[in-house]
Design a protein around this ligand. Structure first.
Ligand SMILES: [Zn+2]
Length: 141
């Protein structure tokens, strides 16, 4: 089977072979990110002038951190007992896999409280971290 995408371990920076690890996010971190975002929206919403929609650049500076997606070998995982939402690396080996995972995850209310968008951008830009292409693709963006 042809692999278009590599999964690079956050800890040892080496590719993760099929069956040897996963792409995962800690659902406790996601829940915390959601709580933080709601608190932020409430606070910043109260500061908005009547009739003004959209937050200022200054407000956005304090926008809470998203939960981070990680890639780890099973052996390198620093939190093996985390309450994780995990995708085994062998299930995300082609661009089509990544698109389908994205479509699936977009059905989760919590996706926007994670850094999936950053993961996708980094993959498209071949940054060599987390999910990254074997061959740098042509970009028409
Ligand atoms: Zn590793």
């Amino acid at each position: 089977m042809t692999h278009e995408l590599l999964a690079i371990c956050d800890a040892c920076k080496k590719p993760v072979a099929d069956g040897k690890g996963s792409l995962w996010v800690d659902m406790s971190e996601v829940d915390q990110a959601t709580v933080n975002r709601r608190a932020w929206e409430q606070l910043e919403g109260q500061r908005l002038a009547p009739g003004i929609h959209g937050y200022s650049a200054e407000s956005l500076m304090t926008y809470p951190e998203s939960a981070r997606w990680h890639v780890h070998h099973v052996a390198c995982d620093p939190a093996p007992n985390a309450n994780a939402y995990a995708i085994e690396v062998h299930r995300c080996r082609t661009w089509a896999d990544l698109v389908l995972w994205t479509a699936h995850l977009m059905g989760k209310a919590w996706l926007s409280d994670t850094d999936w968008e950053d993961l996708l951008e980094a993959a498209g830009q071949s940054t060599g971290t987390r999910i990254t292409p074997v061959v740098r693709p042509t970009l028409n963006h």
